[in-house]
Ligand binder design. Sequence first.
Ligand SMILES: [Zn+2]
Length: 258
Amino acid sequence: MAIHSSDAVVLHHLDYGEADRIVTFFSFEQGLVKGFARQARKSRKRFGAALEPFASVHIRWQSQRGRDLVSLQDAELVDLRNGLRHNLLALALAAYGCELVEKLLGESESNPQVFHLLNAFLDHVNRHGGSEEARLLFELRLLCLAGYEPHLLHCCQCGVLLKAETVGFAAAPGGGLCPECAGGADVQRLSPLSLGSLSRALQAPSTLFEGFRFGPRTLQEGGRAVAALLKQHLCRPVKSQSFLTQLIEGSARAAAIR
Ligand SMILES: [Zn+2]
């Protein structure tokens, strides 16, 4: 048996039996880990509120060779991020971000940059609520850190600079396409300015979320492009996505009526 300890973000949990809990967390040291917390709902001393979703914690666990589920020893709460529980859009966005990390990275190995990105994203929506900018930035940065960086400024097939009035975009070949390479293929058509805005956003530190403003066209075209990339690289559907989309569309309708 080996003892491990790490800073971590709790992604979600599942109550099990009378008092136990199965917890999935993303740790700085080992990436995605799933653990069994015996008596978690009764033992305030060992876990307190530290196993709530989206919380930042310092956690200790024991692993045994050949077993998928580790045994959680105790957890110390660093930040509960309670603001998320008072704002439905922020809560939906936090759940979506956590699920995206789990589904896109899988049980691989540690990824400290993704750990910092997730923490910064959750801190941002906890303090400032949800926004389309925060969602787009998070999705795009996560794709890049997971190894799926798209071509945004140059054609992904021939390498030419994308400067025509309208260019193509397709997830399978890896991003932007010049008019010649896009040809008559069924690809998304968008402005290279939208792709340029996304590319500039990627120049900023990946933990910075404040101060970004994208125009409506970049949000719409960039959002569709990033959604296509996620669909290309995710093996399983993201369950929290439909609830998030319903909320965003609902608030857009309400704004239009006002
Ligand atoms: Zn080309």
